[in-house]
Design a binder for this molecule. Structure first.
Ligand code: ATP
Ligand code: MG
Length: 438
């Protein structure tokens, strides 16, 4: 493992001033896994005031109460935190007080999982009092100390554990797994914003479907709507799985991208509420995309998701079951409404939804291949599908004497005609058409 030069410089400065200093936590874990750490955290024996003094104008007191000083370096900010012990916990959330200590082992003991409780210094010495390296080697996620106690102190650790299992492909050690389930209700006390952060790091993970399958009750604490899908028999020959299993297969079939994963998780969440059985005993879910859309909107709002993200997911959920005929005209229309990025996403969503159905229906993939081909062709030939691309602009219409809402209406009408192929997207032809209609 190579510690980047800017981080080495921070460690050297602290050591030169007579303190201990280590890289700690996620960066040590990721480096051992051969992954490039996103950021490098440093832990030190130096008290926060001392760290501030040592780094002078380079230092910023970003979290003094918890012993954290941010050091600005040419390679980006590095967080330097004094060795600490967390005091009593209140409400399964945050420690009431923190105490600084002289022992790196004591600092490592407050950390959540063994794989996150390792420290590495400039000389390559490793401090690993809980066997994190061995757990990593065996692919195990295990709490530091008694898991029930650790989850009662801070219930967010429950979700962090599932997140590390999903993202790093670690199996959850059985004692830790049992405690995850026993203590799940504590998540009810955690701020939705913090749940969102961990949950959204979990969804893109390579083992997201396995983790969702293993612990639906945990996710049900903040999204109880998911629980109605578990074991819900679809009674329909298109489906070889219940709604939840179908959802997980579909989720597994999209790339590890947050928008796509979240869309797949929610695309059928309205099915249990829209179920009907016909005389032949066959199940139907008429109108389920709209029900899913409304539920998804509420669920994403509850987690305080950003507006753009929520609207994108909600729209893909609403569209997931729409048939898009494989014609230039209909693909252009879909492009007009969704734009290229979301139409490409929709195709991936529809592919995955289909792959979550019984295999005898997988030939539907060919239709999606066709849709994708047409989409590529239209984009390659610069097909017009938005007002931005239209060969006349609002100014042209004003010059012709249009005013007020008539400008927008006339542009829309021209775009319709161009998209239908009734008019070419050429300035002369469009102006002529406008004059004819005056
Ligand atoms: P990521 O790669 O997502 O940043 P990370 O392990 O670095 O993962 P952070 O949230 O950045 O996670 O936390 C840094 C370190 O702080 C962790 O590795 C862990 O040692 C410790 N830590 C973070 N949150 C908690 C917590 N809730 N309880 C105990 N220790 C924690
Ligand atoms: Mg980190």
């Amino acid at each position: 493992m190579d510690i980047p030069e800017n981080v080495r410089a921070v460690l050297r400065t602290l050591e030169a001033a007579g303190h201990e200093a280590w890289c700690v936590g996620g960066c040590v874990r990721d480096a051992m896994l051969g992954k490039t750490p996103e950021d490098w955290d440093v832990t030190t024996s130096a008290p926060p005031q001392e760290t501030l003094t040592v780094f002078g104008s380079q230092a910023e007191p970003t979290g003094l109460k918890h012993g954290t000083v941010t050091v600005k370096t040419p390679g980006g900010p590095v967080e330097v935190t004094t060795y600490r012990i967390d005091g009593m916990y209140r409400d399964h959330r945050r420690p009431e007080s923190v105490t600084f200590t002289r022992s790196v082992e004591e600092d490592l003991a407050r950390r959540d999982f063994t794989v996150n409780a390792m420290a590495w210094n400039l000389r390559g010495e490793l401090r690993d009092p809980f066997g994190g390296r061995e757990d990593l080697r065996r692919g195990l996620l295990r709490c530091v100390g008694d898991p029930d106690r650790r989850f009662q102190e801070d219930a967010l650790r429950i979700l962090r554990g599932l997140r590390f299992s999903s993202a790093l492909g670690l199996a959850i050690e059985s004692g830790t797994a049992a405690a995850v389930l026993r203590n799940r209700e504590g998540l009810g006390d955690i701020a939705p914003e913090r749940i969102q952060v961990e949950f959204f790091k979990l969804l893109p993970g390579k083992q997201a479907a396995e983790v969702l399958r293993g612990y639906p009750e945990v996710f049900g604490v903040f999204w109880p709507e998911l629980l109605a899908m578990v074991g819900f028999d679809q009674r329909n020959r298109h489906h070889c799985y219940d709604v939840w299993e179908h959802t997980l297969h579909a989720l597994d079939a999209v790339p590890g991208d947050l928008v796509l994963r979240c869309t797949m998780l929610l695309h059928d969440v309205g099915k249990p509420d829209s179920f009907t059985l016909d005389e032949a005993g066959v199940g139907h879910f008429y109108g389920h995309p709209a029900v899913s859309r409304d539920l998804a909107d509420g669920m994403l709002r509850r987690l305080k998701c950003g507006t753009d993200f929520r609207e994108t997911v909600v729209r893909l959920v609403e569209w997931h079951d729409k048939d898009i005929p494989r014609t230039d005209k209909s693909i252009r229309r879909a492009l007009r409404i969704l734009g290229e990025e979301d139409l490409r996403r929709l195709i991936l969503v529809k592919r995955a939804d289909n792959l979550g159905q019984a295999p005898e229906f997988w030939e539907r993939q060919r239709e999606l291949d066709k849709a994708e081909k047409i989409l590529d062709k239209l984009l390659a030939e610069d097909a017009c599908f938005s007002l931005k691309q239209l060969a006349v602009k609002g100014g042209d219409l004003l010059a012709l004497g249009f005013s007020g809402p008539a400008v927008g209406a006339a542009l829309e009408e021209l775009l319709e005609k161009v998209m239908d192929g009734a008019l070419p997207n050429e300035r002369g032809a469009l102006l002529a058409a406008l004059q004819k209609n005056r």
